[in-house]
Design a protein around this ligand. Structure first.
Ligand code: GSH
Length: 203
């Protein structure tokens, strides 16, 4: 069955899905939408994802949005790869880290993208320094926690899981958004490990 990914060329949230699909060798048919042309707000796309956001997955008549849920669903297609733990405690820890990330790391990055890139692109004025400050402070509070978690580990939970695919794409973009990762040696080493995967640069 063909899996469609409603995608955006520069979207880190969509990239989470592309990277995991590449890791699992699951083919995706990409439908690239351009937000600057209002394509996320077309009636046909809103009927699939009422949030007017990407990514969204469609397989046959099954439609799924929210990148973390999509990662779970893709991983469930190849359970033998073990990217979602089966041990209840390990699974609970995976959930802990994925909820933590979705609550604390994605939101400040999304604020930075809007203020520093999207506004300029849409001619909506200068970045609001107070919003940029809130986002930077949020990341300064929470990134040390991820850095400490990665101490002595290859991946967020020790072995590779979907949490790595959820977290890495935004952190890969951090320097472009004025977020300095220099203080986070473990995050940098983990990103380098992921970047060495053969599909990382192209997915
Ligand atoms: N929580 C959602 C966030 C999705 C999201 O914000 N996607 C961005 C692209 S990276 C988007 O579609 N933004 C368009 C908008 O907010 O209007 C997820 O993880 O899938």
């Amino acid at each position: 069955m063909t899996i469609l990914l409603y995608d955006g060329q520069r979207s880190p949230n969509a990239r989470k899905v592309r990277l995991l699909a590449a890791e699992l060798e699951i083919p995706l048919e990409r439908v690239t939408l351009d937000f600057t042309k209002g394509e996320l707000r077309s009636a046909s796309y809103l009927s699939k994802n009422p949030n007017a956001k990407i990514p969204t997955i469609e397989e046959d008549s099954f439609v799924l949005w929210e990148s973390a849920a999509i990662l779970r669903w893709l991983a469930a297609k190849n359970p033998e790869r073990g990217l979602v733990p089966t041990d209840p405690r390990q699974l609970a820890l995976l959930d802990q880290w994925m909820f933590w990330y979705a609550a604390n790391i994605d939101p400040p990055f999304l604020l930075l993208v809007f203020e520093l890139l999207v506004k300029k692109f849409l001619g909506q004025g200068e970045p609001d320094a107070s919003v940029v400050g809130v986002a930077q402070r949020g990341l300064k509070r929470f990134l040390p926690i991820l850095d400490a978690q990665l101490e002595g580990k290859e991946y967020v939970l020790g072995k590779l899981t979907i949490a790595d695919f959820q977290m890495a794409p935004w952190l890969d973009l951090a320097p472009m958004l004025g977020v300095d990762l220099a203080a986070y040696a473990n995050i940098n080493a983990w990103l380098e490990r992921l970047r060495a995967r053969p599909y990382w640069a192209t997915a």
